[in-house]
Design a binder for this molecule. Structure first.
Ligand code: DAH
Length: 329
């Protein structure tokens, strides 16, 4: 056997192979178990011939590998040329709005449907807008730095969205129909119903002859739009310095449907927020004549609304960013 001639013949066949299949045929022909080279190797008796044939085998194997890489590269280029850019692409994974943002927008939509205006108010506030103008007595415990985050003596993180009422009333004349959604801050220990950062939606209606009945009817509409017809709510008396009379709204607990369970402390009810008829002292603080104007206001906890809507027993879950929870909404 002429080893050199065989090697030359094999090399040109490898070079001529124009597809992976053709290359495989060439490999079997020249390097397969029954190839001339392999048979010759099996019969080798002297060291020199053995070394020469093995070296030829190694060179041929390397040539096959190299040709294979070249053919694969060319194949990929062909595929790219055949790319149809009009085909739909792979959709990148899309997130969605946080459940609290969704609820806030739904609440805004309900107010917009009633003809209210949505107002964005500030989160860093003055003591005047958060307490004084709202008729909060100097002795009220919520003024303490133990309850409220102060930036300095006169500046704080708003503890409720009621500040938005004052800001709007200071800047325009009635009639006023507004809702102020947003973040609020209190030095509360996190618990299933409280977090130091939370959300409220404030409602304020100021016009002639507004009564508690308007408040109740508006709240009933809000609840039905948010929760459907099946849930019950109740209005019970309470006290806020900025309303007279003042009420608190409760909803039947979603867990036990009002029968009473550990979550609602066996009352069957879950507190949603405070409301009332605007106190004449507040109108005086913003320069309105309390004999001419009357109004109602409320402040509802949005995190609690979201908890009630989705049956979430602990509002801290909204803050944990566990995607297994958030993806459900
Ligand atoms: N600001 C009160 C709170 O955060 C809730 C509230 C009560 C808002 C009565 C009002 C209101 O507008 O009239 O607890």
């Amino acid at each position: 056997m002429d080893a050199q001639a065989l090697e030359n013949e094999a090399l040109s066949a490898i070079e001529a192979a124009d597809s992976p299949d053709a290359l495989e045929d060439v490999r079997v022909q020249f390097l397969g178990r029954k190839s001339e080279l392999k048979l010759a190797l099996r019969e080798v008796r002297d060291r020199e011939t053995g070394m020469a044939l093995n070296a030829a085998r190694e060179r041929l194997e390397a040539a096959v590998d190299e040709r294979q890489a070249t053919l694969e590269r060319a194949g990929r280029l062909d595929a790219a040329e055949g790319l149809d850019v009009t085909l739909p692409g792979d959709r990148p994974p899309l997130g969605h709005l946080h459940p609290l943002t969704q609820i806030m927008r739904e609440a805004e939509d309900i107010f917009l449907g009633l003809g209210y205006e949505i107002v964005d108010s500030r989160e860093v506030e003055t003591v005047w807008h958060n307490f004084d103008a709202l008729n909060q007595p100097l002795t009220h415990p919520s003024r303490s730095p133990r309850d409220t985050f102060y930036v300095d003596d006169n500046t704080l993180l708003r503890t409720h969205t009621s500040t938005g009422q004052i800001r709007v009333m200071e800047s325009r004349q009635p009639p006023i129909y507004i809702a102020v959604p947003g973040r609020t801050y209190r030095r509360d220990t996190p618990s299933p119903k409280n977090t130091p950062v939370f959300h409220q939606i404030e409602a304020l209606a100021v016009d002639r002859h507004i009564t508690l009945a308007d408040l109740k009817g508006t709240f009933a509409h809000f609840c039905r739009a948010m929760f459907g017809d099946d849930r019950e709510f109740r209005m019970r008396t309470n006290f806020f310095p900025f309303t007279e009379p003042s009420v608190e709204f409760d909803m039947t607990c979603f867990l036990c449907e009002g029968r009473g369970c550990p979550f609602c402390k066996h009352t069957g009810w879950y507190e949603m927020g405070g409301a009332g008829v605007v106190d004449p002292a507040v109108f005086e603080n913003v320069g309105y004549d309390p004999n001419e104007w009357s109004g109602f206001a409320w402040g509802l906890g949005l995190d609690r609304i979201a908890a009630q809507r989705h049956g979430i027993p602990d509002i801290r879950m909204f803050w944990e960013n566990d995607l297994r929870v958030l993806r459900q909404f």
